[in-house]
Design a protein around this ligand. Structure first.
Ligand code: CO
Length: 134
């Protein structure tokens, strides 16, 4: 059911420092910061030949990234995003297998303007999973 790995998201304590590291030390193509107020994050996408890296930093006091960075002050892998063709079909299939969908269970519009859902990390080996309809 899942398709390509759309991106790996890394929560970072300093977005500009992380972006410069990917641009300079790693020589990657790095985009501009985008504020996503509805998700409480500012993101920068790093374009790789086969996937993307999403550098995530908190936006606002209620950001879901704040708690993650408190536990992981130097940053860390926050989630993996897999592509699906039909997000509602994927959601219903996963729920039927016992997986928990976070939030209301209804897709929201993600950083690429496409519908996304998140799955509970405890149901996926400790890894927060994002599904994005392509
Ligand atoms: Co993501």
């Amino acid at each position: 059911m899942i398709g390509r790995l759309n991106h790996v998201a890394i929560a970072v304590p300093d977005l500009e420092t992380a972006a410069e590291q990917y641009r300079g030390a790693l020589g990657a193509t790095v985009g501009s910061p985008q504020n996503e107020p509805s998700h409480g994050v500012t993101v920068i996408f790093v374009e790789l030949p086969n996937t993307k890296i999403e550098l995530l930093s908190p936006l606002g006091e209620n950001s879901p990234i704040n708690g993650f960075l408190e536990k992981n002050p130097s940053g860390g892998i926050h989630h993996l995003c897999y592509e699906v063709e039909d997000i509602l079909m994927a959601r219903d299939h996963l729920k039927a297998t016992g997986a928990r969908v976070l939030g209301t269970g209804e897709p929201r519009i993600g950083a690429h303007g496409k519908p996304v859902l998140f799955l509970h990390p405890k149901d996926f080996n400790g890894c927060l999973v994002e599904l994005e309809q392509i």
